[in-house]
Design a protein around this ligand. Structure first.
Ligand SMILES: Cc1ncc(COP(=O)(O)O)c(C=O)c1O
Length: 393
């Protein structure tokens, strides 16, 4: 079944009464469940009877969303969490359980992920190192020397939109017995499905494309059959689970994500091409363009015309004042901190997502003061392009 079909069907239409079935998954607010025979609650707790007991363990609305994400990502099971960061934290703790606490992370990674690893996990005894994952030989040598328990990367990096060779990296990890975790928030399962390419865990910020309307926070971890049971057990105790209202909103959003994502990727590419022609634009980053350093990998892993719904660009000779002025002149695109919404969003990485990095770290990652990131929405491409061209003039 194709993603577009799964998105609107999976997880819905569970029988709740003998003669009728709700067409879409309802919001179940009950915290706990009782059984006509008290013995059955014991059987639910020990797993010999399928049923609900307590909402931190399982909730029918949240489970419906989890079933949908599991299907979209070709996984075995999913835990929906209260945010993307909660999902990443849970996944990292679960995969390091009773194993050496060593994480190798791509150096091109979301700023809050660096904060989680270096600011919170490292001081609690986890050894964290960062690596350039775009040079496979360098990565291989680092994996061999460091012997991490897990390698964490993003399927499309932020904000320069680099595309790692996930299939080759997962083969390396498998060879060395290292867990491979991919934050696939930017790609969504429409563009890349990391578990099909050999990853062990795929993490999403549901807050972004999968929900898509800028009105709900959520996250998810989907894992293989081997990895899922421990992840689920751990989530029951840590209580990072997504509540039923947010699960409902996320599922409602996810039904249209393939449609939105398709339009957003096409808009991003059109905007990238228009920006590249503008005399004030020094460089455009979009993996669908021939001049992007990972264009070949992007086409190999994401054949067709959908490679990224984000685009970033550098403005010639611009510092903060010039970039702020461009942001202030935008009339349609919204300068706000997020991505993946139906409306176009613009973010200035040096003051937002990559604020905590040193200037030297930012330069190494290609994030200069003149770089702006755009998450294309579903508006008419012509309106969007006109908005950016007038803001640049
Ligand atoms: C790639 C990526 N991963 C994880 C997150 C964290 O998600 P959340 O804000 O839902 O916690 C974000 C947020 O921007 C992100 O861009």
């Amino acid at each position: 079944m194709n993603i577009q079909t799964k998105a609107v069907h999976v997880g819905d239409r569970k029988r709740t009464a003998p003669t009728s079935v709700p067409v879409t998954a309802p919001i179940y607010t009950a915290v706990s469940y009782y059984y006509d025979e008290a013995e059955n609650i014991d059987r639910v707790f020990d797993g010999s009877l399928k049923g609900y007991a307590y909402s931190r363990y399982d909730n029918p609305t949240t489970n419906a969303l989890e079933e949908l994400i599991t299907n979209l990502e070709s996984g075995y099971g999913t835990v929906a969490c209260s945010s993307g960061m909660a999902a990443l934290h849970l996944a990292l703790l679960a995969c390091m359980h009773e194993k050496p606490r060593r994480i190798l992370c791509a150096e091109a990674i979301y700023g809050a992920t660096v904060r989680l690893l270096s600011g919170w996990l490292a001081p609690s005894g986890v050894t964290v190192e960062y690596c350039d994952i775009f040079q496979l030989e360098v990565l291989k040598a680092h994996l061999q020397a460091f012997q991490p328990t897990v390698l964490l990367i993003e399927s499309i990096s932020n904000p320069t939109l680099r595309v790692p060779e996930i299939d080759k990296i997962s083969a390396l990890c498998r060879e060395m017995g290292i867990a491979f975790m991919v934050d696939s928030t930017f790609a969504t399962p429409l563009l890349i499905r990391p578990l099909e390419l050999g990853a062990d865990y795929v993490v999403h910020s549901l807050t972004k494309f999968l929900s898509g309307h800028g009105d709900v926070m959520g996250g998810s971890v989907t894992a293989t059959e081997e990895r899922f049971p421990l992840l689920k057990q751990m989530s029951k105790t840590l209580g990072v689970n997504l509540g039923p209202f947010e699960a409902y909103l996320s599922m409602r959003g996810a039904k249209t994500f393939p449609l939105r994502m398709e339009r957003q990727c096409i808009n991003a590419k059109k905007l990238a091409d228009a920006l590249a022609e503008h005399p004030r634009v020094k460089k455009v980053n979009h993996p669908g363009r021939k001049d992007h350093q990972d264009h070949a990998t992007a086409l190999r892993l994401m054949p067709g015309e959908l490679q990224s719904a984000l685009v970033s660009f550098e403005v010639k000779d611009a510092g903060r004042a010039e970039i702020f002025a461009i942001m202030d002149r935008l009339k349609i695109a919204v300068p706000a901190t997020s991505l993946g919404d139906v409306h176009t969003l613009v973010l200035y990485p040096v003051v937002a997502s990559h604020r905590d990095l040193t200037a030297e770290q930012r330069t190494r990652l290609g994030i200069e003061e003149n770089l702006l990131r755009v998450s294309a929405g579903i508006e008419a491409a012509d309106d969007l392009i006109a908005d950016f061209l007038q803001a640049l003039s």
